[in-house]
Design a protein around this ligand. Structure first.
Ligand SMILES: [Zn+2]
Length: 243
């Protein structure tokens, strides 16, 4: 019989907010890392492994693990160009019209709910045009929601930066600049809210201390579940976003 996995904790790696699963196995002789097909990361520890040995293992293998995660996610098959783009967190669905024509690819709103992709080019360039559109388009609603949540809970932040990254969901600088991954727009609304509150709470605590999580708990009681959802949120992100 397989031993019951024991989750000994989730670590928040720096500001990247990946929650990797850590479990001890009585049969493990040494530390090992597994990257699942859906990009989930599992670190298996032998019984009695010290915190230092885990930190050092993670430090040494981090870039390898991240590369595997990116590989797994990139291999998830998805048709391109997509028929539509569902920005779940924003309550929007955009159908895509391939307009063709000359020139470098560019995407723009042609009508309510319709994005037109003009120009010609190979897949990577078409995807880049869609990504540019996505970034520009998400700016206003994400900024508005962040400001709304900040106002509701009395947080102050400097400004918002939008990024498109494979491994990080967000960050908050000492100056209160909040960076959010546009992939947050593909998540269920409560998950994006949690991501925003997670970063806003860093304007008070620049760490993941008990005091920090206490502050998160106060504004987002369901954070544990939402945090887990967010760490698996890559599955909601269409692969063209990274191609
Ligand atoms: Zn954090």
């Amino acid at each position: 019989m397989l031993p019951q996995p024991v989750i000994i904790g989730q670590v928040m790696m720096g500001e990247s907010m990946e929650s990797w699963e850590f479990r001890t196995s009585p049969r493990a002789r040494r530390l090992s890392a597994r990257v699942h097909l859906d990009g989930r990361v599992e670190i298996v520890l032998p019984r009695g492994a010290s915190r230092e040995s885990v930190d050092s293992f993670v430090g040494r293998h981090r870039s390898w693990i991240e590369a595997r995660v990116a590989e797994r996610l990139a291999h998830a098959p998805a048709p391109f160009p997509p028929r539509d783009i569902e920005l779940h967190a924003l309550g929007q669905r955009w159908y895509l019209h391939l307009a063709g024509g000359r020139g470098a690819p560019r995407a723009e709103i042609a009508a309510p709910g319709l994005v037109s992709l003009r120009g010609t080019g190979e897949r990577a360039r078409l995807a880049a045009a869609l990504r540019d559109w996505l970034k520009a388009h998400c700016r206003e609603p994400m900024q508005a929601r962040l400001a709304e949540l900040a106002g509701q809970h009395g947080f102050a932040f400097g400004k918002l930066q939008l990024r498109c990254q494979r491994t990080r969901w967000g960050s908050c600088s000492r100056r209160g600049v909040i960076s959010l991954n546009i992939c947050g727009a593909f998540q269920p609304p409560p998950v994006l809210d949690y991501l925003m509150l997670h970063e806003l709470a860093h304007t008070r605590h620049m760490n993941h201390s008990a005091a920090y999580w206490h502050a998160v708990e106060a504004v987002c009681p369901g954070w544990r579940t939402l945090d887990r959802e967010l760490s698996r949120g890559w599955r909601h992100v269409p692969s063209w976003v990274f191609s």
